[in-house]
Design a protein around this ligand. Structure first.
Ligand code: FNR
Length: 383
């Protein structure tokens, strides 16, 4: 027969063709306060929006009739990666899905990209399995405790230490304040109403292991900003970057660089890489859009360290653009959390697969067969 009607696909993960689809599926799975915690930015969310709109300035200049095969493979910190992508650290992952960090690390390992465990994670560094795991560090007021964490990460085989430097104090996440979000979520009238239509999420919250930070004892339920204020050392300086260099000894990534000036300082302090990032618009509002810093920073220090970028990466075309402007890789935060919320490990795998397919297609259309073929001849930012 000419017409072969197919049964509609009901599985939201299989049905997702874009990260936007996964995001919509995620919103249906978790309470509003949890989705807002993932989705929100600081203050007026201007940075959050600009991170995204910067990608609309991208213009490709394709080369046609190139032929040959496309490969998205590259190296990140000298180790092979299936595509120029790293999963960014995100706190409290078991709140998004009861399987939490192990589900994300599993999908990352299957896909051949590094995954970064956050200091604010809900899985202990020793309990995570994966081939290329990075550990993200917040420096604690208690330096002995900080050294201890670094040693645990080294002992567990983590391949890079990521120092986040854009968080001397927690950003003002207005949505969380309005929603009265606490970590762990507290059972109250508001949370009950919020979660009433998400019974599966509540069932898992109540029946699986208790939600708690894996690296420290949170004392009861606290607002996310209070946790940060209590634990972070506000007086971390460049001298500490050198200290960490010595203490850790392995590849060191400085995450949250927002100027050429500081990228240069990171190189001088001996960092192996920087992440141009405004924490996904969750910290200082109205800093520069990280994508717009890639080319200037590459010109400044591109020969001295690897440059990564995050904030607003939502398609494989975005990755192609960032790489073309001079980034060695992109980090993603919300995109894999959408997948996780929508369907656990399968959802994360789907998010990465969508990005990989889109990247491959973009490379073919742009006429770049390898990651190194993506350059400023083929990518620019419109004025
Ligand atoms: C984050 N981010 C973050 N960064 C970090 O260094 N340590 C952390 O614990 C967290 N926690 C965290 C939680 C959630 C829910 C989000 C969305 C983000 C920032 C993250 O690593 C990354 O910089 C951004 O997520 C990148 O922007 P996109 O990809 O989310 O647009």
């Amino acid at each position: 027969p000419l017409l072969q009607p197919r049964a509609p696909e009901l599985d939201p993960v299989k049905r997702a063709h874009t990260l936007r689809d996964l995001r919509a599926a995620a919103a249906k799975r978790v309470p509003r306060s949890v989705f807002d915690y993932v989705e929100g930015g600081a203050d007026d969310e201007i940075s959050l929006r600009r991170n995204r709109s910067a990608f609309e300035r991208v213009e490709f200049s394709p080369r046609v009739l190139v032929g040959g095969e496309v490969s998205t493979g590259t190296t990140i910190l000298g180790r092979p990666a299936a595509l120029p992508l790293v999963l960014a650290p995100t706190g409290y992952t078991r709140m998004m899905h009861h399987l939490g960090e192990p589900a994300v690390a599993g999908a990352a390992t299957q896909a051949g990209v590094p995954y970064t465990l956050s200091t604010m994670g809900t899985t202990a560094p020793e309990d995570l399995k994966g081939t290329d795991l990075w550990f993200q560090l917040y420096v604690w007021r208690d330096r002995g405790f900080t050294t201890d964490l670094i040693e645990r990460a080294r002992g567990a085989g983590y391949t890079a230490l990521v120092l986040t430097v854009d968080t001397p104090v927690p950003g003002n996440r207005v949505r969380d304040v309005r929603n009265g979000l606490t970590l762990p979520p507290r059972l109250g009238i508001k949370t009950l109403l919020d979660g009433a239509s998400k019974p599966r999420w509540w069932w898992h919250l109540l029946t699986t292991e208790p939600l708690r930070f894996a690296t420290f004892d949170g004392d009861g339920s606290l607002a996310p900003s209070d946790i940060g204020t209590k634990m972070f050392d506000r007086n971390v300086t460049w001298a500490d970057v050198s200290w960490l260099r010595e203490t850790w000894g392995g590849p060191l990534v400085v995450k949250g660089i927002q100027s050429r000036h500081d990228a240069k300082r990171a190189a001088e302090a001996g960092a192996d890489a920087v992440v141009l990032s405004n924490h996904g618009g969750r910290q200082l509002d109205r800093g520069p859009a990280p994508l717009e810093l890639v080319a200037p920073v590459a010109d400044e220090v591109g020969d001295r360290l690897e440059i990564y970028v995050d904030g607003g990466v939502r398609t494989g075309g975005d990755i192609a653009a960032a790489v073309g402007l001079g980034a060695k890789a992109c980090l993603i935060g919300r995109p894999y959390l959408y997948g996780l919320m929508a369907g656990g490990e399968r959802g994360v795998a789907r998010a990465i697969a969508i990005l990989r397919e889109e990247l491959e297609r973009t490379m073919r259309l742009v006429g770049a067969n390898s990651i190194t073929d993506l350059d400023r001849e083929k990518v620019r930012l419109r004025a």
